[in-house]
Design a protein around this ligand. Structure first.
Ligand SMILES: *Cc1c(COP(=O)(O)O)cnc(C)c1O
Length: 397
């Protein structure tokens, strides 16, 4: 297996990319994120098998790989067959390059200043060009540097985010092509509603994209590569795949929408676990945590859990969260605090500090997903995953 090539112990952990792996056991004293490398590899392979052989898979590892740890995810995804990476900010790209990643890296976000352009050229990161003014600054700055860069041209076909309006594709591309410093690597757009069961709007975007490409061909320009699809776009079928696909959420084993679930068999990569740090009994009528938003209606046994909102558990889940202990659901009670939270563990009279609780992931036959949290909070799983980044150490399992 791919991981077998690594000579490090399997429990290597990375704390913000700095701590030594020997601390892994120490780190597991409180709370941590587990990254299931086999699940990640499985998900890459599922997508690879679904794509046409010539369609490239770009692993989207922005926002520290959606909270999974960008470097390790990037390495694993590339080993499993991804042909490139995409990130959102210059800093994210530089971190990957400094760590030794040599694969093509597409910067999805905007870069505009000469300083940014110099950094892109230095680190060999491939920018998105999304306006005529931006293309001009790039051409000038690169000319001064005596360098050229592969660039990806972005059309706005309906997302109303970055991009040149699709109707202006010809003007845009012709201007870019006049600058020898800018080597067009691809033309792309981004879908706004690919997770919607109603395909009407998404199909309109596809029509606009293809109209723009047809216009370019009429002026005898044949774009090297085209791409449109995020995870949801990919799962909508092969007609959305074009020359490459930009997959984020799906790599991490979550589905953009329930109706896309039957397409591929994906496995969640991330689990969140924490240890019980204290167990106590409280009489009826006792307030629990800040504000006493929970008051016991009977004598209870409660446990303190060493994880809180500073670790990425949204405070808005207070009194609405259940976790898994010994394969069973347990209710969280009272306000979630910065570093700790309380649980009603009355059903386990013999409970001791040190037992492991699962907040996201599987325990026995039960599991809790980022989708469950998202549903309770009225948000999306993307946001839940991104919240686990700062203090929680990540352990590759
Ligand atoms: C974040 C992003 C993606 C990945 O989206 P998922 O829904 O997570 O697959 C693809 N393309 C662009 C432009 C993005 O910003």
């Amino acid at each position: 297996m791919v991981l077998g090539r690594e000579r490090r112990p399997p429990l290597e952990s990375v704390y913000a990319g700095r701590f030594d792996y020997r601390l892994s056991e120490l780190i597991r004293q409180r709370a941590w994120v587990e990254i299931d490398q086999a699940a990640l590899i499985h998900n890459v392979q599922q997508f690879k098998a679904y794509l046409k052989p010539r369609t490239e898979l770009i692993a989207v590892v922005k926002a520290d790989a959606y909270g999974h740890g960008a470097l390790r995810v990037a390495q694993t995804a590339l080993q499993a067959g991804a042909q490139g990476l995409a990130i959102a900010t210059l800093g994210e790209g530089i971190e990957l390059r400094e760590a030794g990643i040599t694969a093509p890296i597409l910067l999805l976000g905007a870069t505009n200043t000469p300083e940014e352009i110099k950094a892109l050229a230095h680190w060999q990161l491939q920018p998105t060009l999304a306006s005529l003014a931006q293309a001009q600054i790039f051409a000038q700055t690169l000319a001064q540097l005596g360098q050229s860069l592969p660039v990806h041209l972005k059309l706005d076909t309906g997302m109303s985010r970055l991009g040149v309006p699709w109707q202006q594709a010809v003007t845009f591309v012709e201007q870019v092509r006049q600058a020898p410093q800018l080597r067009v690597a691809s033309i792309y757009s981004h879908l706004a509603t690919a997770d919607d069961p109603d395909p009407t709007q998404m199909q309109r975007q596809k029509q606009y994209f293809e109209w723009a490409i047809a216009q370019l061909r009429q002026v005898y320009y044949h774009p090297p590569k085209l791409h449109l699809a995020n995870s949801a776009g990919v799962l909508n079928g092969p007609e959305w795949h074009y020359d490459l696909v930009r997959i984020g959420l799906g790599l991490y084993g979550l589905y953009p929408a329930p109706h896309l679930q039957p397409v591929l068999n994906l496995k969640p990569v991330l689990s969140v676990r924490a240890k019980i740090t204290q167990v106590k009994t409280i009489p009826a009528g006792t307030g629990v945590s800040y504000g006493h938003h929970f008051v016991s209606d009977r004598p209870m046994q409660i446990a303190v859990l060493g994880i809180g909102y500073a670790d990425g558990v949204p405070r808005n889940l207070s009194n609405r969260l259940s976790v898994l202990l010994r394969g069973q659901e347990v209710q969280q009670i009272g306000a979630i605090t910065m570093d700790q939270m309380m649980l009603d563990v009355s059903q386990f009279p013999d409970l001791q500090p040190g037992e492991v609780v699962t907040l996201i992931g599987q325990d026995g036959h039960q599991s809790i997903s980022a989708d469950d949290w998202a549903q309770t909070l009225g948000t999306i799983s993307w946001e839940i995953l991104c919240s686990f980044k700062h203090r929680l150490p990540r352990i590759a399992v």
